[in-house]
Write a protein that binds this ligand. Sequence first.
Ligand code: BT5
Length: 332
Amino acid sequence: MKEGRDDLLAALEGRGWQSGAAIAASLGVSRAAVWKRVERLRERGYGIEAVAGRGYRLVRDSDLLLPDAIRKHYRPTLLRGEIVHRTTIDSTNRLAAELARAGAEEGTTVVAEQQTAGRGRLGRTWVSPASVNLYASIVLRPGIPPLDVPRLTLVAGLAVAEAIRDSGSFAPRIKWPNDVLLGGRKVAGVLTELEAEADRVRFVIVGIGVNLNAARADFPPELRRKATSLAIAGGTPVARAAFTGRLLTRLDAAWATFLEGGFAALRHRYDELHGLVGVAVTIDGAPPLAGTVRGVDDGGALLVEAEGTIRRVVSGEVTLRDTYRALRRGRA
Ligand code: BT5
């Protein structure tokens, strides 16, 4: 059995028909429990046939985020580094930084089935259930000053939103700076971390979490109203490795455009997918800023109109004044 694999999957893989009784006996559970677990695997996109008198048979690949499966959908031009796969990891950002410190080339990508200590911004947690979503971290080595690094979050957020749009009839919306929403609910987040000397970036880790096949029950109760996945929103499971390939392809292309023309060259694409334009928001701070979002500028700052003047916001938490209904009105 491969490290950390689901033992039911291991019992089915490469073995043809297996009787329910034999599986139940080998796993030490009841036949009813085997059936329930088969159902759960099916919800996650595994193809398992069940026939009375014969048992179960795995007919469709197990949809792991294996490098070869991702590469079938990914032909990078710039981000040529290795793809590293882990079944379980604390945080893909942590491992990617370790590899970057040891000299990993630009484009080195860590993907994992599950994170035990997935990170959000400002010490927050990224909920990372096993084998249903995407957790990826990409090593970048941009020749830009540390102050410009937040723009990379926008580049990655754009790539995520575009990859989601490429994946069906979704209408993703970006919530500046780093959230991607479907129907007003968060489907993805980006965490950009860097190591730098005084004025030189050593490397940047762009960490991307996208909820792909998570069911509502995979989220803790406090997130069930705020979070969604492509499968919840679209009604069918997504092939995770193929999605990952599409996402990395979008990131590779956006990265090339960014290196050539800066964020200005991507701004119109960002604006097209930006969900906050025209929305009344409050930006935290002392004092907080209340106004209406007018878009982003060429440097990626949020433009907020307050009392007739446009203010540039380079960082801060955005709260919608009018609940998330405003964003739900989008076609999502
Ligand atoms: C983010 O933080 O949105 C950045 C998330 C980045 C996660 C990726 S996964 C791969 C890589 N490795 C890591 O360790 N991290 C990156 P922030 O804006 O702080 O949002 C965090 C908040 O989103 C939490 O406080 C929750 O409210 C909510 N949240 C947590 N997990 C979620 C999930 N799976 N889906 C939707 N919302 C979630």
